[in-house]
Design a protein around this ligand. Structure first.
Ligand SMILES: C[S@@+](CC[C@H](N)C(=O)[O-])C[C@H]1O[C@@H](n2cnc3c(N)ncnc32)[C@H](O)[C@@H]1O
Ligand code: SF4
Length: 404
């Protein structure tokens, strides 16, 4: 979750949604996101809404968070009325694996008790390599989780050190194997490329390690120097160089060529999967305009064109819910044009691309120019879809600006 919340309208204290948002609920994909706002230590590049024990003190705890979560999910089930069972659940963070098997079991039970789970639900938890073990994976598999996403970031010790990661270079791959041994058919590894000091051979070694792990999904992100982080301060002081755009583009090309040569194809600009089944259904719900309830401090939700976001601090979150109030801090109703622009922004990043008829007249004319510039695929456009070329993927944000 981003650290800055958008301005918006105040959200009603009971969390009620307009009937227009509830119309068609169940006809669109429905997912539940649970935000776990705890980390053992803070990585210098990260601006997610997460807190170390030292930052929280006695103001909040995993217990008060879980109590708040149960109350929010009950409130959510009431607000959505005849909501369908969750087709996808994504427990993200922060560091969900810090909750251990018992905590993650309690989280999933709370989702089952409120919305219910579809029979073939995809249930993912993010996990940090250092807070997992073979027993951990066996326990969460038995609890009903079906997918694990591990933050690997790099296989190079000096890169992990710049990122303040506390696991050893080999631990993420070992964890991925333990997850597979525990029966997880779907395992993702997250990589970050472009860290100051990362050499081409470091990235190659990370990709080799990913391939050796035998996972069916990889997410690879260019390092973003987020304002307000320790990394941003180090870059500003000149202690570390800022990531270089040309190097980032070369790194992306290397990631894509190595993964695709080994059967992992891109299906979103930063995501690769070994088959259609291996794609993350929960994230596809976000990208394809589905409905989701985001529970937990700072979590964002979207139902039928209404978007809202929760208060960020775990103590405030727990207090509001203990008082019977919604934890929402603000919300906005998207106009038709907002929704169209959002579709362009998200669907253009998918390998299936964006239907051409989503664009207005100027956007359509610019799409033809983007083909001429080698950014959109010519054949796909002739068939009525805007699909990024390999070069277009490197410049996806600029292509979006031309089409909206
Ligand atoms: C916020 S983390 C949560 C999962 C878990 N705590 C972890 O660190 O693996 C999810 C992923 O976001 C990515 N990420 C976070 N901050 C980033 C940044 N500033 N630049 C690029 N990727 C980032 C990392 O790859 C990370 O694995
Ligand atoms: S462990 Fe993950 S969520 Fe926590 S600070 Fe590091 S990157 Fe952010």
């Amino acid at each position: 979750m981003p650290s800055t919340l958008p301005d918006g309208d105040p959200a009603p204290a009971d969390g009620a949604l307009p009937s227009s948002a509830l119309r068609g609920l169940g006809e669109r994909p429905f997912g539940v996101y649970v935000h776990v706002p705890f980390c053992a230590t803070r990585c210098g590049y990260c601006d997610f809404n997460t807190y170390t024990p030292g930052e929280l003190g006695t103001t909040a705890s995993p217990e008060s968070w879980l109590e708040g979560l149960r109350r929010e999910l009950d409130l959510a089930a009431g607000v959505l009325g005849s909501a369908p069972p969750a087709e996808t659940v994504f427990v993200g963070g922060g560091t969900p694996s810090l909750l251990g098997v018992d905590g993650l079991t309690d989280v999933l039970d709370a989702v089952r008790d409120s919305f219910g789970l579809a029979a073939d639900a995809e249930v993912t938890t993010e996990s940090n390599p250092e807070s997992t073990s073979a027993e951990f994976f066996a326990g969460i598999r038995a609890a009903g989780y079906t997918r694990v996403s591990l933050g690997m970031q790099s296989a190079a010790r000096h890169v992990l050190a710049v990122l303040d990661r506390t696991h050893t270079p080999g631990r993420a791959v070992a964890a991925a194997r333990e997850a597979a041994d525990a029966g997880f058919a779907h395992v993702n590894l997250d990589l970050i490329y472009g860290t100051p000091g990362e050499r081409v051979e470091d990235l190659r070694a990370s990709l080799d390690a990913v391939l050796a792990a035998g996972v069916d999904h990889v997410s690879a992100y260019a390092l973003i120097v987020e304002e307000g982080t320790a990394l941003a301060r180090r870059v500003r002081r000149g202690d570390l160089p800022a990531p270089d755009d040309d190097r980032l583009a070369e790194s992306y090309e290397l990631v894509d060529s190595v993964l695709s040569a080994h059967g992992l194809d891109w299906y979103e600009v930063s995501n690769w999967a070994s088959s259609a089944d291996a794609r993350c259904r929960h994230n596809l719900g976000y990208w394809l305009g589905g409905d989701w309830w985001g529970a937990g401090p700072g979590a964002h939700s979207h139902v039928g064109g209404v978007r809202w976001w929760n208060v960020k601090h775990p103590a405030r979150y727990a207090t509001l819910l203990a008082d019977g109030a919604s934890p929402a801090a603000g919300r906005e109703t998207l106009t038709d044009d907002d929704r169209r622009i959002e579709r362009v922004l998200l669907e253009l990043r998918l390998a299936e691309g964006l239907p051409l008829d989503t664009l207005d007249d100027t956007g359509r004319a610019n799409a033809s120019d983007a083909v001429a510039d080698g950014l959109l695929d010519r054949i796909a456009l002739a068939e009525g879809r805007c699909v990024l070329t390999a070069r277009g993927r490197l410049l996806a944000d600029a292509v979006v600006r031309r089409l909206t």
